[in-house]
Write a protein that binds this ligand. Structure first.
Ligand SMILES: Cc1ncc(COP(=O)(O)O)c(C=O)c1O
Length: 448
């Protein structure tokens, strides 16, 4: 076992070091060789060291270098050293985080990490939370608590009776709502198409002056960090209006809520603390390994009511609630371990610095591209940049050529009807040198 784990560590270190020089995208030949991982199920087993060798030989070269410093697609963080190492140790522990009795260490680490995250995000100290797979499930969990609460106020117990014959629930979203919220609403039986959509401004922020009259059981979904622009819905004004009408406010803060941890960006999140539930990712800006997201609910009893339909004689309960009573899953890996290690290694100032640095890198890249004659389509107030390289056709050509070139990786999107390159700087590993290399490559390609 020891030799095997040492071999895994050596291979992993070599892999991470190789990301500094190798292309961000795998070579076509590496993709072809993925076939070597397939074939018929072996009749007899293979030595574990040979299994690992095969995985490294054919798996590693076919990965995308998103753990390095020049991957700017989607919103992808890499794994901080302490978080990755803790994740390995936790892998060896192989704890089930469903119940405290199954793993006192896993439950305690979740509670500690959730407490620290709550503080960094400026959320109410008494709110309850849970670790889930990512922001989609965090949105699902927060919105399940919302569904419970607004229907309970209308005299309807949704977990027991379902939605058959229930009072209708109005769901309000911005026009720029993230698809994961729509998926969560669909899973909850609230429908992804029967929504009230509020118009947004040029940065994709909900316009509070266009919020409709709110009446009856209502959930308002806010966004802290638009996936294209990084823009924030004006939370204070909307929370005030929604709460005066008895509505529930949920915040999708996948990456944007982390802005609260950085003093110079905190103003962007203003008012988010007044909401009723929050969804946030660990595997994006906190840079913990996949998969890791967190849900928080101001009045934890609503989350517990929505999630605790799993009682059975063999499952213990406790006065404070078992971890699985606050999340959709029963068996879960001990996600709190990675988050705890990330936070312990960074401290408050390190998290602030991670956010600041990413935002600074985004601004540096935007400035270089603008100086090169290209149009920045958003206000670069966070870690997201949208760039146009002329016509939609030109922009798509540049995106595709940049992706093939492999110096860095940037995705594409459509912003207000125009094709745009999307750049998201979310990794602790990105350096100024990475930004300058990326800018040089993009400018070189755009000039062709
Ligand atoms: C605003 C927003 N919400 C939700 C998500 C989905 O997060 P996850 O992939 O962790 O479920 C994303 C992903 O980029 C996002 O940017």
């Amino acid at each position: 076992m020891r030799d095997l784990l040492n071999d895994a560590a050596a291979r992993a270190s070599r892999y991470l070091e190789s990301l500094k020089t190798r292309a961000v995208v795998p070579a076509p030949d590496a993709l072809k060789k993925l076939d070597r991982l397939g074939g018929p199920l072996p009749e007899t087993g293979e030595d574990p060291s040979a299994v690992l060798q095969r995985l490294d030989e054919f798996g590693s070269p076919a990965t995308v270098g998103s753990a390095g410093g020049r991957y700017f697609g989607f919103v992808i963080g890499s794994a901080l050293p302490a978080a990755l190492a803790a994740n390995w140790l936790a892998g060896a522990w192989n704890q089930n985080a469903a119940l405290e009795v199954m793993s006192p260490a896993a439950s305690r680490l979740e509670v500690i990490a959730l407490g620290w995250i709550r503080e960094l995000l400026g959320l109410p100290p008494a709110s309850r939370g849970g670790f889930v797979t990512g922001d989609t499930l965090a949105n699902f969990s927060g919105l399940a608590a919302a569904r419970h609460a607004v229907l309970e106020r209308a005299g309807w117990e949704v977990e027991a009776r379902g939605l058959f014959g229930a009072p209708p629930v109005t769901v309000v979203v911005g026009e720029e709502v993230h698809v994961s919220v729509l998926k969560a609403l669909a899973l909850l039986g609230l429908g992804s198409e029967r929504l009230v959509k509020v118009p947004t401004d040029d940065q994709g922020r909900m316009r509070p002056d266009r919020l409709p009259e709110l009446e009856g059981p209502t959930i308002v979904c806010l966004q802290a960090g638009n996936v294209n622009t990084g823009g924030f819905d004006p939370a204070r004004a909307i929370c005030e209006r929604a709460h005066s009408a008895g509505a529930w406010v949920h915040v999708d803060g996948a990456f944007g809520l982390w802005a609260h941890a950085a003093p110079s960006r905190r103003h962007l999140t203003e008012g988010t603390e007044e909401a009723d539930s929050w969804a946030v990712d660990g595997h994006k800006w906190l840079n913990v390994p996949y998969d890791s997201g967190m849900v928080f609910v101001r009045e934890g009893r609503h989350l517990k009511a929505a999630m605790s339909g799993t009682q059975a004689a063999y499952l213990p309960t406790s006065d404070t609630g078992e971890p699985m009573e606050f999340v959709p899953e029963m068996s879960r890996r001990a996600r709190g371990v990675d988050a705890w290690a990330a936070l312990r290694s960074l401290g408050r100032s390190g998290v602030a610095d991670l956010v600041e640095r990413s935002c600074g890198h985004a601004a540096r890249l935007a400035a270089a591209l603008q100086d090169g004659g290209h149009r920045i389509l958003n206000e670069v107030s966070l870690n997201q940049v949208l760039v146009s390289f002329g016509s939609d056709e030109d922009t798509r050509r540049v995106i595709s050529a940049v992706q093939k070139d492999g110096t860095c990786w940037c995705g594409g999107t459509t912003w207000h009807g125009r094709a745009a390159m999307r750049i998201s700087v979310s990794s602790w590993a990105t350096t100024e040198d990475d930004i300058d290399r990326a800018a040089d490559a993009i400018l070189r390609i755009a000039a062709r």
